[in-house]
Design a protein around this ligand. Structure first.
Ligand code: ADP
Length: 270
């Protein structure tokens, strides 16, 4: 488990992935970075958190290690482990350790999904000690200048067991993300898929109607990511109805009755 390392980074940020700001989040990120403070991004899936972090890393000319957390992810996956290599046992740093040594950014996506032992590791790193104890090697690593921990989670999930404990969340600066406003989302969909303005606006309008059903028939509102998928398929020549069905209806629910209701809604909009 090594996480992904974003090589697409230049010091001047010229190749920064496209990100359309919603408010002052870029300034806040930069301030957190400059002041050695960890940052927590809260928001629904597919609303731009990961894109924001890769954009900011590139803009600041920083290496970025991204780890998609899952329920089997343990502290050892982040810190590192001894591995057998050619008959020898060698220590291999995990993505968090590498980021700490190099003064890079480590982004833990959906951190609440990870096993409980992960939070224990994060505590000494997220207060003014900024250290990472590595029990297996006896090392106590002090974070290199520039190291920044960013974590995200989705507070919308129903599972109350999977929320961050106050003792953990109160170590982070936090900001809330939501789906972009209408005009911004249209712009994002156009930029990401190449689709024209009228069609992008149609899809975003439809998404607005689907989002209004959150909490009634749907657990989560439709993500910007799915609108981009639909737009991309349409731009590649797929009929609008089919693209909407596969990108904006099927991923939302398995319930046949709910699907029928959503289809009626789609028919009324497109
Ligand atoms: P999250 O990490 O919140 O689950 P992502 O960052 O992966 O979501 O966003 C999903 C997709 O939505 C991105 O790949 C991008 O196409 C699009 N997107 C969402 N918000 C923005 C934004 N503000 N600027 C540019 N693209 C965005």
């Amino acid at each position: 488990m090594h996480g992904t390392f974003d090589k697409n980074i230049r010091k001047d940020g010229a190749s920064a992935p496209f990100y359309l700001p919603q408010a002052d989040e870029c300034d806040l990120f930069e301030a957190a970075h400059d002041n050695n403070l960890p940052l927590l991004l809260k928001g629904p899936t597919g609303c731009g958190k990961t894109r924001f972090v890769s954009h900011m890393a590139a803009k600041l000319g920083k290496k970025l290690y991204t780890v998609a957390c899952h329920d089997d992810l343990s502290a050892a996956d982040l810190i590192g482990r001894y591995l057998l290599k050619g008959g020898e046992t060698v220590w291999v740093d995990g993505p968090l350790t590498r980021a700490v040594r190099e003064g890079a950014i480590c982004y833990l996506d959906e951190v609440v999904e990870a096993r409980k032992d992960v939070t224990v590791v994060l505590h000494p790193l997220t207060d003014d000690r900024r250290i990472l104890p590595i029990d297996r090697t006896g090392e106590e690593l002090e974070a290199a200048p520039g190291f920044m921990l960013v974590a995200s989670y989705n507070p919308g999930y129903q599972n109350i067991l999977k929320t961050l404990k106050p003792s953990t969340r109160q170590r982070f600066l936090a900001m809330e993300f939501n789906f972009p406003a209408f005009d911004e989302e249209v712009q994002i969909v156009m930029q990401e898929s190449g689709i024209g303005k009228d069609r992008a606006a149609l899809l975003v309008r439809l998404a607005g109607k689907l989002r209004a059903l959150k909490g009634q028939d749907l657990e989560e509102g439709i993500s910007t990511r799915l609108i981009v998928y639909a737009a991309t398929m349409i731009e590649k020549g797929m009929p609008v109805e089919r693209a909407v069905q596969s990108a904006m209806i099927e991923p939302l629910t398995d319930d046949e009755d709910v699907k029928l209701g959503l289809n009626d809604l789609v028919a009324a909009v497109i």
